[in-house]
Design a protein around this ligand. Sequence first.
Ligand SMILES: Nc1ncnc2c1ncn2[C@@H]1O[C@H](COP(=O)(O)OP(=O)(O)OP(=O)(O)O)[C@@H](O)[C@H]1O
Ligand SMILES: [Mg+2]
Length: 236
Amino acid sequence: VAIVVVTGTGTGVGKTYVSAALAALSTQRGWPTAYLKLAQTGVPGDIPDTETVQRLAPDTTTVEGARYEPALSPAAAARATHTPPPDLHDLAGLAQDLERQHRLVVVEGAGGLLVRYDEDGATLADLARDLGAPVLVVAEPGLGTLNTTALTLEALAHRGIQLDGLVIGAWPEHPGQAERSNIGDLETISARPLAGALPRGAGKDPAHFVETARTSLAPQYGGTFDAQAFRNRWRQ
Ligand SMILES: Nc1ncnc2c1ncn2[C@@H]1O[C@H](COP(=O)(O)OP(=O)(O)OP(=O)(O)O)[C@@H](O)[C@H]1O
Ligand SMILES: [Mg+2]
């Protein structure tokens, strides 16, 4: 797979850390790797996602498609600033340009799957479908994730978009009953083993990030994450 589209069950679920982990494993294999943040909002208030990925996976080509200061959806941020919204068709072209020059292109959306990019209601799902690219879904670990994950997976299936893998974005050090119980249910609703689980706080230590990435992502992403072992470890 050359392009992987990364979405999540919402905003702040760990998409950027999972994207950085994909990029870190890919660059460590010596693969030319690109990361594209389609539309960054909330900057300069927040650190841009490209900066986080560059810090954790320094050999990655990082590109930002559009930037808006308000911490809103891309469509709303463009409206609020009276500037043109991002053009997802152009951005799909940009992803394809990057694909010609890299072995892996990680494309991160804003927020969750159906966040609007413009007033016509273009979403990341449209872009994934146009590119024919599979989508990696980053899920929250705790209470509420079964619903938002199921909704996201159903929206993908409804549009004929391939699910690349389901990854938990920030697995807590001391998971409670809901988190532990959710592992099996997330695998049930996605009808497959987890493709990874990144420990919460994984990004704090750039020097060890690639090791963490390796143990947190499944072999399909170049890691050693073992879904069965993870499931058994936290079985209650
Ligand atoms: N695995 C992780 N390691 C360290 N911090 C994390 C991790 N996952 C989430 N966080 C924390 O949660 C915040 C949100 O994570 P992240 O930026 O990856 O979310 P996102 O899904 O990319 O959000 P956005 O929709 O804004 O792009 C981070 O700023 C960080 O503080
Ligand atoms: Mg992000």
